[in-house]
Design a protein around this ligand. Structure first.
Ligand SMILES: Nc1ncnc2c1ncn2[C@@H]1O[C@H](COP(=O)(O)OP(=O)(O)OP(=O)(O)O)[C@@H](O)[C@H]1O
Ligand SMILES: CC(=O)N[C@H]1[C@@H]2OC[C@@H](O2)[C@@H](O)[C@@H]1O[C@H](C)C(=O)O
Length: 389
């Protein structure tokens, strides 16, 4: 860290608006979402827009490398160490490449907000080891990103949330509250990524009534099955699931898992919802199920677990859906049927790109980290600052 960097940061935090590149690499391991965001002010005055967005796919060897340790209880510590640096370097290079593609000079970017790659999410509810705290780990070190890009980088947002008594997730509610609260509509901001999660924003704007929680598997089980049984990365437009049949009794067995009955807020990950979860459910069901019917049933598990979680919190208002699952017609149509009191639409109906939302939300967290104040003792500002020099 050099004095010039501190001076630069000081100037950035005094600006009325900042240009922040938000980076999100989620649990689907499909690629890196890169959003160039303009963010004015901070806190409840925040105004944000996405100027440019690109989702850069990871190549198969890189996905394979991450999968060696992703959400696994056991693996190579060497691999973890190497990937921490490698992911930082790859993310930095993807930012540089994308800025060049946009013909946007990197000198004009104030900050990078880098989520990193979640490698293991281990809240107490999952590990159940009484002598250990809630824990979560994101890698792709921010110093690599800052050094390689020359841009001040805010990263590793989740640790402070855990330090302040949270599970390290969801963090979306902060940006959701700042951007999407409405005086005349109850809003559910639903993201269907690998894991599904939502923020409930009551129409009176009362921050104390905001609820934010994971619901369960979004696309993660669907992707795991299409990879295993059909050798494709995901079920585009639910074509495969739509040609299978829902096996009701198996769905009920899956929904009997205690995660679904626990009250929100709660978080989870592919550490729980993975192929072993499906195999265990099939073992309990003890009847043969075809691959297509299994996929149809697992797709309905996503829709049902989301709808059940929302119904507990909000019965009337609107649901705005983002994340890759918003492009799954079987999930979207099922949500509309299961939530008759709520108008379900894509986040684009509020003028925001559904795929860019999570990267934008982390840009907002970085903006708060440099220019904001804690919302409360349990919602502090989050993120660590890395300097290029
Ligand atoms: N056209 C489509 N039809 C069906 N599913 C789709 C479509 N497009 C994307 N998806 C699903 O969305 C997934 C990617 O979602 P997304 O990028 O939101 O996840 P993520 O950000 O990695 O997850 P998380 O939010 O849990 O961290 C894909 O793996 C796929 O399952
Ligand atoms: C530990 C972790 O990376 N969790 C992610 C994941 O993806 C969706 C869901 O599980 C959510 O809890 C979280 O991401 C979003 C962006 C959040 O923190 O709000």
């Amino acid at each position: 860290m050099a004095k010039s960097d501190i001076d630069r940061l000081y100037k950035i935090l005094q600006k009325p608006e900042r240009l922040i590149v938000g980076l999100m690499s989620g649990t689907s391991l499909d690629g890196l979402d890169i959003a160039l965001c303009r963010i004015a002010n901070n806190g409840i005055q925040t105004e944000a827009s996405v100027l440019k967005f690109e989702s850069v796919s990871y190549d198969e060897p890189f996905k394979k490398e991450i999968r060696k340790i992703f959400a696994k209880k056991e693996g190579s510590i060497e691999e973890l160490c190497l990937l921490n640096a490698e992911i930082g370097i790859i993310h930095a290079d993807l930012v540089l490449k994308t800025l060049t593609k946009w013909s946007f000079p990197k000198e004009n970017v104030d900050l990078i907000a880098s989520h990193g790659q979640t490698i293991f999410h281990s809240p107490k509810r999952l590990h159940q080891l009484k002598d250990y705290p809630d824990a979560t780990l994101q890698i792709g070190d921010g110093d690599h990103v800052a050094y390689r890009t020359g841009i001040i980088t805010v990263s590793d947002f989740r640790q402070k949330h855990v330090a302040a008594g949270g599970e390290g997730a969801p963090l979306a509610h902060i940006g959701d509250y700042l951007l999407f609260s409405s005086v005349d509509e109850n809003r559910v901001m639903l993201n269907i990524g690998g894991i599904s999660n939502f923020t409930f924003l009551p129409k009176n704007g009362d921050v104390n009534k905001v609820v934010s929680t994971d619901c369960g598997p979004g696309n993660t089980l669907i992707d795991a099955l299409t990879r295993r049984d059909f050798n494709v990365a995901f079920d585009r437009d639910a074509k495969l699931a739509l040609s299978g049949k829902l096996v009701d009794a198996l769905l009920e067995k899956m929904l009997a898992h205690p995660f679904f009955t626990e009250n929100p807020p709660k978080t989870t990950g592919p550490e729980l919802f993975n192929i072993s979860f499906i195999e265990e459910s099939l073992r309990k069901f003890n009847q043969p199920v075809s691959s297509l019917d299994l996929l149809a049933t697992v797709t309905m598990l996503s829709a049902r677990s989301i709808a059940d979680a929302i119904k507990k919190i909000c019965k009337e208002g609107a649901v705005y859906v983002s994340g890759g699952g918003a492009s799954n017609p079987l999930i979207m149509d099922s949500l509309r049927k299961l939530l008759p009191g709520l108008a379900v639409s894509n986040l684009s109906s509020l003028g925001y790109n559904a795929d860019a939302k999570e990267a934008l939300l982390f840009a907002i967290l970085a903006n708060e980290a440099v220019a904001g104040e804690s919302f409360s003792s349990t919602i502090p500002t989050m993120g660590k600052i890395s300097f290029p020099a």
